[in-house]
Write a new protein. Structure first.
Length: 254
């Protein structure tokens, strides 16, 4: 990413997330470091609800970058007894196929490139996260994308079979990776009676059984206000964030 002439950009802005929370590792320009040192305070953190949706805001001024993440407290462990293994991960793939304001995968890719941003997601046993990092001036669209990925994805039935092929190939690659196989064997030994015995991806057999109905039902069951939050951190003030959330028109929780 190139530096703009009138902005102080970070040299490195990396967010490591694990099951216990998130660790923010920030390497800023010299001026930004001096500003933080002079203030001698931790970044300002605000937690509030917007129409019933929990929002966590962390103010990191002078970075020129905004990070937005939707965190859903559900993953592969929720599949046991109710869904084919791999449904949570399959849904993650489908959500990148389109949302209310970004109706197909090509538009999402074009917009991400236009925003000078990076976007990704991952599914674990306990959580699923969708996140994007954008330049400050594109914060509105970055936040909109991650909010809509939770609230209003387009789970297009016509795209399920093509995506199944992609996921099956991902599963085959995982089965040929000795490190991943060894790691899964540890889980299988430690948790022989839980969903942890099989990989988050599922198995070749279970992935082949996942239906469009399973994906819609999983989303409706678990992607709820009570089960999720939005984290926004970076060079964005609280008032600006509230204005963006109001513009996105997040519906009230039921």
């Amino acid at each position: 990413m190139k530096k703009s002439k009138n902005s102080i950009l970070v040299n490195l802005f990396t967010i490591y997330m694990n099951f216990s929370g998130m660790i923010f590792v920030i390497s800023t320009s010299k001026k930004a470091k001096n500003n933080l040192k002079m203030k001698n305070t931790y970044p300002q953190t605000n937690t509030f609800e917007h129409n019933g949706l929990k929002v966590i805001h962390i103010d990191l001024p002078d970075t020129g970058i905004v990070f937005s993440s939707t965190n859903v407290n559900v993953g592969a462990a929720a599949e046991i007894d109710s869904f084919p293994y791999g449904t949570a991960h399959f849904l993650e793939h489908m959500i990148f196929k389109g949302t209310k304001s970004f109706p197909n995968e090509e538009i999402i890719k074009q917009k991400i490139n236009a925003y000078g941003s990076r976007s990704n997601a991952y599914t674990s046993y306990e959580t699923t996260r969708y996140f994007i990092t954008v330049l400050r001036e594109n914060a509105h669209n970055g936040i909109r994308l991650t909010v809509e990925q939770m609230l209003c994805p387009i789970i297009d039935a016509s795209l399920v079979e093509n995506e199944r092929k992609v996921i099956l190939e991902e599963c085959r690659r995982a089965l040929s990776n000795s490190d991943r196989v060894a790691n899964q064997n540890v889980y299988r030994t430690a948790f022989p009676y839980a969903r942890f015995e099989e990989a988050v991806l599922g198995t070749i057999d279970s992935i082949s059984k996942i239906t469009h109905s399973d994906l819609v039902r999983f989303h409706k069951t678990f992607y709820t206000y009570q089960n999720a939050n939005i984290v926004v951190c970076g060079d964005i003030r609280l008032d600006d964030l509230n204005a963006i959330l109001n513009d996105i028109e997040i519906p009230h929780s039921e």
